[in-house]
Write a protein that binds this ligand. Structure first.
Ligand SMILES: [Zn+2]
Length: 254
């Protein structure tokens, strides 16, 4: 009688331990899954959304779509990595100073996203090439009065960007049809979105509706009220210390 009881006790004990182990493994898996999702959320918030004050609210119409209105996953990943690297290198403020000019450059040369986004091998290589291109454009714009041609000439230094060029004829005759192709329709939609986007009142760059931050024109501390007249929209980052910093440096410079 004793032995089976012991054996049973042992089994129960083993079973309990197994359950415990299984539960802790499940909990661990859930925890790491949650941590992973949180990380994705954090990274996603770097570029979009309006809840996180560090969100740059990067416009997918600017960063993720090419000249033909095609969505490029590699360009979306590159935009996330670009935002992450700006934070890591503490360059978000400098970027925001010239952000409008930087993004206008991308819009003027959207075909570069097409060329790098899908025609140069693997997706990660595309991401790296896009990141390299963003870096060169940003440095070129921060350098001052460079023309687009002068910035594009700097691509020659990179083996991945050397072949980039503006298409001389975006729609060769043989491709033009009487009916609007899907590509032409998509390009038309992206063009319309880009031209009708509101601009951030702080940095002047495009402001997607999903990343609007409500901002008091006259700050609450200075008597500003929640009236329609006193409402303006900015990127979350532009409304979280950047604005005040810029005002202070303008005031000091006066
Ligand atoms: Zn802004």
């Amino acid at each position: 009688m004793v032995l089976p009881m012991r054996c049973g006790d042992g089994l129960i004990e083993k079973g309990a331990r197994w359950e415990e182990l299984k539960n802790s493994r499940t909990i661990q898996m859930e925890r790491s899954r949650l941590a992973y999702l949180e990380k994705i959320k954090d990274v996603g918030q770097l570029i979009a959304g309006n809840e996180y004050s560090g969100s740059l609210g990067l416009d997918h119409a600017v960063y993720s779509y090419g000249a033909t209105g095609r969505f490029h996953p590699a360009a979306l990943i590159a935009a996330i990595k670009f935002a992450q690297s700006l934070w890591d290198k503490k360059r978000v403020e400098r970027f925001t100073d010239v952000r409008a000019a930087f993004e206008e450059f991308l819009v003027r040369h959207k075909s570069f996203i097409n060329q790098l986004g899908h025609s140069m091998g693997s997706r990660m290589r595309s991401v790296d090439s896009l990141l390299e291109m963003y870096g060169i454009i940003l440095e070129g714009i921060l350098a001052g009065d460079l023309t687009d041609e002068e910035i594009i000439a700097r691509f020659q230094a990179s083996p991945h960007l050397q072949t980039l060029k503006e298409p001389t004829d975006p729609e060769p005759d043989r491709l033009v049809r009487k009916r609007f192709s899907k590509a032409v329709q998509s390009a038309g939609i992206v063009r319309e979105i880009l031209s009708s986007r509101a601009k951030c009142t702080e940095c002047g760059a495009r402001l997607p509706p999903s990343s609007r931050s409500k901002d008091h024109k006259t700050p609450i501390e200075e008597g500003g009220m929640g009236t329609l007249d006193n409402l303006q929209f900015t990127h979350p980052y532009c409304n979280s210390g950047y604005k005040e910093k810029r005002r202070r440096s303008t005031a000091e410079g006066m």
